[in-house]
Design a protein around this ligand. Structure first.
Ligand SMILES: Cc1cc2nc3c(=O)[nH]c(=O)nc-3n(C[C@H](O)[C@H](O)[C@H](O)COP(=O)(O)O)c2cc1C
Length: 163
């Protein structure tokens, strides 16, 4: 293990409208003593985890599902993820379903291995949504305008567990 000043931490995320990316950025600012690399699973198909000391993985829920790119990343890298300290977070807006969605999104073996698992809330960003997404959000969530319900205390707890 490297000393703390050079701890290499990868934050691997997938984000549709930018909220999960915002959380990943927030995490990286909360880990100032780490050498943090942020990797978008939607854009990087061959992520090599061997050079990192620890990993944080995060995604978001749309229509009950996590992003396919993140799901595929997890499937391909489960063995490597089990060999490193791991943190997991999920962005979603349905507070009642948060835990069920989290359990569906991340395999049990990784949830048990992780040092910390956090549901960090989310945002409805109407300016980033297409017509169908606006329609769905109005109909299912009854929300008609941009709203942010990020749980910064959970983001901080995740960062603290990885320091
Ligand atoms: C079209 C649409 C469908 C969504 N479906 C769900 C859902 O099924 N459950 C939930 O908890 N949140 C749902 N959300 C809320 C998202 O998880 C939330 O907007 C999150 O912050 C998105 O993060 P991202 O921009 O990084 O993808 C949905 C949002 C949109 C726009």
């Amino acid at each position: 293990m490297r000393n703390l000043s050079t701890m290499k931490t990868a934050i691997i995320y997938a984000s549709k409208h930018g909220t999960t990316q915002k959380v990943a950025n927030e995490l990286s600012t909360l880990l100032p003593q780490h050498d943090v690399t942020m990797l978008d699973a939607g854009k990087n198909h061959k992520i090599d985890l061997t050079t990192y000391d620890q990993i944080i993985v995060g995604g978001s829920i749309h229509a009950g599902m996590i992003q396919t790119s993140l799901q595929k990343f997890i499937e391909r890298n489960t063995t490597s993820l089990l060999q490193k300290p791991l943190g997991i977070f999920l962005c979603c807006m349905d507070e009642k379903e948060a835990m069920n969605q989290f359990e569906k999104a991340f395999p049990e073996i990784l949830r048990h291995h992780a040092k910390c698992c956090q549901c960090v809330g989310g945002e409805f960003l109407f300016e980033k949504m297409n017509f169908l997404e606006k329609l769905m959000t109005r109909k299912i969530a009854g929300v008609n305008e941009t709203v942010s319900k990020l749980r910064y205390e959970n983001i901080k707890a995740l960062a603290q567990s990885m320091t």
